[in-house]
Design a binder for this molecule. Structure first.
Ligand SMILES: [Zn+2]
Length: 327
């Protein structure tokens, strides 16, 4: 693993600084919950923290050159235990968690820390989350448990409240644009990709690679066809589920927000001096429909990685949103 990558992402500086400071004061926590929306490099930060705890040098760690860092770079460190959802699985299995906990209670192979990392902890089911409750309550000396999760995670409060929580935030637009210009390329429309990515630079990069312009055109055409009755919800849902589903839902959320703004703009265009008029009934109804659809889209995105039937859920969303989608 390339655990030094996190140090190149300036928006992680604050979190890195806090971890360094806690360690300098001898208060490195036993459990750390890193909360982040997608595309902010939380995986890199988790790996950095893991390397930080394991590095043989106490100054300038993780150094990247000591025996421990070299083992990690080769993904071969006996005291680094990483759990993530298995391919084709929809949840992290309780057996995976149990194996991790058991390994954490054993003595460190290299005489230092033992570190467990659970990537995507929102994919733990209740049994999985409860399995390491005892580990959180009675941590063993020199162990660190790192969890990464979406801020909308449904981890039990008994778990999250026992961790030191660090929440990552997207950088300001100008800084994100400058970073992408420097690290990826200056010839793209980063503002459009960043708007869709909620300001997350790595997600903006993925969106750009997926072909933003093509998806944008395809989504506009799809909505137009749907409201004209030229395509039915089942067929459109099938298309969306097949490619870049998450990105399409993000696009839809963005599109709805813009429509709401346009609808509100109708009301705000009253001449100066006259009291602000509320939008008329028709516009108000439209705005309500749009907000309902926005709620559904957000809910869909939250749940879309929890093993729900995406096709069926998307059909329901589109069917209920037909009124809002008509342009
Ligand atoms: Zn090192």
């Amino acid at each position: 693993m390339d655990f030094l990558k996190a140090q190149k992402m300036f928006w992680l500086d604050d979190a890195i600084g806090r971890i360094r400071q806690a360690a300098a004061q001898g208060r490195l926590p036993h459990s750390l919950l890193l909360l982040s929306a997608p595309g902010l490099g939380v995986e890199s930060l988790a790996q950095w923290t893991l390397a930080f705890a394991l590095c043989d040098r106490k100054l300038e760690r993780p150094c990247g050159v000591c025996a421990s860092c070299l083992l990690l770079k080769a993904d071969n460190h006996p005291d680094a235990l990483i759990v993530r959802v298995e391919e084709e699985a929809k949840q992290i299995k309780v057996e995976q968690v149990r194996a991790l906990i058991e390994a954490l209670t054993l003595k460190s192979y290299r005489g230092g820390y033992k570190v467990g990392l659970i990537e995507g902890a929102e994919l733990l089911n209740a049994n999985g989350a409860n399995a390491f409750l005892k580990t959180l309550e009675e941590p063993t000396q020199d162990t660190l448990l790192i969890l990464t999760a979406n801020p909308n995670h449904r981890l039990p409060a008994t778990v999250s409240s026992r961790c030191l929580r660090l929440k990552l935030r997207a950088p300001a637009l100008g800084e994100a644009r400058a970073w992408l210009n420097e690290h990826v390329g200056a010839d793209r429309d980063w503002d459009a990709a960043l708007a869709l990515a909620g300001g997350a630079p790595l997600l903006a990069c993925d969106i750009d690679a997926a072909g933003l312009a093509a998806i944008d055109a395809n989504m506009r055409a799809g909505i137009k066809q749907l409201s004209a009755g030229e395509v039915d919800v089942t067929l459109l849902a099938e298309q969306w589920v097949r490619s870049h589903l998450q990105l399409r839902i993000l696009w839809l959320e963005n599109w709805i927000t813009t429509r709401v703004r346009i609808s509100l703009g109708v009301a705000e265009s009253a001449p100066n001096g006259t009291p602000v008029r509320l939008p008329d009934t028709r516009v108000r109804a439209k705005i309500c429909q749009l907000y309902d659809l926005l709620d559904s889209a957000r809910q869909f995105r939250r749940l879309s990685q929890t093993g729900m039937n995406q096709q069926l859920a998307l059909e329901t969303l589109l069917q209920a949103g037909l009124g809002a989608l008509s342009v």
